[in-house]
Structures are given as C-alpha cells and as structure tokens.
Design a binder for this molecule. Structure first.
Ligand code: SAM
Ligand code: SF4
Length: 346
C-alpha cells in the first residue's frame, strides 16, 4: 500500500458507501446487440484515449487502498476483445482490501469478476481463471439460433453455449447468466431460459430493458417487468423470495423444489438506487457515479497531467459527492446519457 493512503469509506451524499467499481476495458465488441449497439457506424475510441493496463491498475489500486472498494467487475464493450486481458486480470487480482477498511473483505483479496458475451470464452476461460477472475456473468438472451442472430446480429449461439459450458467446467466461485428481456422479442422464452439455468445449475438473472440502446428504440412498452417475469416462472416452478438483497442489483428467488435460484434486475420498474454501492470507469478513463449519469469526471487527463495518488483519490471523492439519489427513467425529466451501454460499460 502506498505510504500516503489513509483508508476511509467513500460515502455519497445519501449515505451509501461505495464498494463496487465497474471497469470498462474496451468500447469495442464482436456482437451488435440491438438493445445496445447500432448495426454499423459505431465510432471506436482511438487507442491513445483508452486507458493502458498501468493506468487501470493505478486507478483500481487507488480506490481499493484509499476507500476500501472491495469488488471490481471488468466489462465493456466486450472485455475479452481487449488484447492480453489476463495480464490486467493478474494485476488487479493482486490487490487486497486494506485491513483497516470497514469492508467485510478487509485484509482479503478483492472480489474480481467479469461480464462477457461468452463468444470467445471457451478459448480464454482457463487463462482468466488462472489470472484471478473469481466470478463470471455471461449474457444469453435466447436459446433459439435464429433469434440469437436477430438479437446480437451475429450467428454465434453455439459458441456462446460452449463458452457457458467452459465457464461452468472451469471452477469459478460463481457463474451466472444475464438475459435482457424485450417485449415482443424474447419474452416468450423466459421459462425456457429459466429452465436452461436450472438444468445447468447456474442462476439466470433477467434484466429489464433499459433506455441505453444506441439507436434510441427503447420504449417503456418494451420493458417486461420483474413482476411479469417472476409470475411466468412461478406458474411452472414455484418460487420463494430470498430476503436481503443488500447492494446487489438483483432480487433473487429460490425454486421451492431445491433446484437453485433465479434473479431479476428490475432497474426500470423497481429501481434499487437506494442501495446502490457502485461507480464506473469508462474505457477512456471517465469516472461515472451512475449508469445514467450525464456528468463524467476525467481521471485519465488528471493522471496523464501528473497528478499524484492523493489528488486522484480527492477527485474520486469529489465525483462521489455528486452521486444522485437515483435515476429518473420513469419521470418526464429523464435525460438519456450521451453514451450508450457499450460505451459506458454495463
Ligand atoms: N459485452 C458484455 C456482455 O454483453 O455481457 C459486457 C458488456 S454489456 C454492455 C453488459 C450487460 O449489459 C450485458 O448483460 C447486456 O445484456 C446488458 N445490456 C446491454 N444493453 C442493455 C440495455 N439497453 N438494457 C439492459 N441491459 C443491457
Ligand atoms: Fe456487445 Fe455486450 Fe453490447 Fe451485446 S450487450 S453489443 S455483447 S457490449
């Protein structure tokens, strides 16, 4: 730990302690999911604007050492598209939560996770595990090959299924499946996806469609609510709510027959902002206190201008001081962020 770091909690104006950092390692992707990216025309960040591994490691170390941030999730774009990703993973896996921190993980290594579309996972999963990834979330919105091609604009369902099997076989502490549900597109597959998770022994987490698609096609009518999702599953497989979600975004239910659990992330119909403990770093080093933030804090330029760790930590603290109580998706004054999901890091 750097000698100047004094560990203190990073607390926002609404009393929420920040413990979780989502780092986007690239804005690029090998898919073009309709709810995220346009088919063509995405403008990629120039390489010089993307944080280097050294810069990402430095920022991660600063928030872990100064503020007891205890969880980091790598995302994107598609994180596995970033060359030599396991090198970064190994650097981050070496970080430990300071003993003096109030985090439940004080004195232990950080909880390091990744969210991926799974298409290249079969090739790199062992390397990622060896480098120190503990938990993996894989996106899968449909089990129908034609629908998969329609939703991702890529005919990659077999490779994603192989990636899921590879992740299950690799022995991570957790493998989960993320499924965005869009009305009229894949809402007829809620039960099939839930049953896929039961058969594989992994938790499926259904995600309400959020207004972060690059093409701006989101409409509230396209959101399938948590209540509808749970009802559809419970009609066939009775469920019981698992209490105490804490800061995790998903509400979770266990199957009464003992065959695992299922989650729903109800970002639109039941926002969990009151318990939010997360902040985000974009691939170009912009710090955001919410997925829906319209303000960013430029940590890349700050670092590149020679700021020391204490100054960078102070800027993080200043940013967290502006974290708002919650997003306003359901209100008339909601403003879509300029960046779409793949550019922020979901
Ligand atoms: N490429 C990786 C993947 O797809 O898993 C990681 C990045 S992706 C932006 C992270 C998560 O955001 C994925 O689970 C994806 O399904 C979800 N996502 C993307 N656009 C979304 C939207 N408009 N509403 C809800 N979830 C979305
Ligand atoms: Fe790529 Fe993930 Fe966005 Fe799909 S959701 S286009 S896989 S970043």
């Amino acid at each position: 730990m750097s000698s100047t770091a004094v560990v203190r909690d990073l607390v926002d104006p609404y009393g929420r302690t920040i413990r979780d950092l989502r780092i986007s390692v690239t804005d690029r992707c090998n898919f073009r999911c309709t709810y995220c990216m346009p088919a063509e025309g995405m403008v990629w960040l120039p390489k010089t604007e993307v944080l280097t591994f050294e810069e990402i490691e430095r920022l991660a170390r600063i928030v872990v050492e100064h503020f007891g941030v205890d969880g980091i999730r790598l995302t994107g774009g598609e994180p596995t598209m970033r060359a030599h990703l396991p090198v970064l993973v190994a650097k981050l896996a070496a970080l430990s939560v300071p003993k003096e921190s109030a985090s439940p993980l004080a004195g232990q290594p950080i909880d390091l996770a990744i969210t991926t579309n799974g298409a290249t996972l079969a090739n790199c999963v062992d390397e990622l595990k060896l480098a120190g990834i503990a938990r993996v979330n894989i996106s899968l919105d449909t089990l129908d090959r034609a629908k998969f091609e329609q939703m991702t604009r890529r005919d990659e369902l077999p490779r994603v299924l192989a990636g899921i099997d590879a992740a299950i076989g690799a022995g991570f502490s957790s493998v989960k499946i993320n499924a965005v549900v869009e009305r009229g597109v894949n809402d007829n597959e809620i039960l099939d996806l839930a049953e896929f998770g039961r058969a594989k022994g992994v938790e499926v987490r259904f995600i309400e469609f959020m207004p972060l698609d690059a093409e701006g096609h989101w409409l509230s009518d396209k959101v399938v609510s948590q209540d509808e999702i749970v009802e559809q599953i419970a009609q066939v497989h009775p469920l019981e709510l698992i209490p105490a979600r804490g800061a995790a975004p998903a509400d979770r239910w266990r199957y009464l027959d003992g065959k695992g659990s299922v989650g729903v992330i109800p970002s639109v119909t039941k926002p969990f902002c009151g318990d939010c403990d997360r902040v985000r770093l974009t691939a170009d080093g912009q710090f955001r206190t919410c997925l829906f933030s319209t303000t960013e804090f430029d940590l890349r330029d700050l670092m590149r201008s020679g700021a020391d760790d204490v100054a960078v930590a102070a800027e993080v603290e200043r940013a967290v001081g502006t974290k708002w109580a919650g997003h306003q998706i359901n209100q008339v004054n909601f403003i879509r962020p300029k960046r779409s999901m793949s550019q922020i890091g979901g």
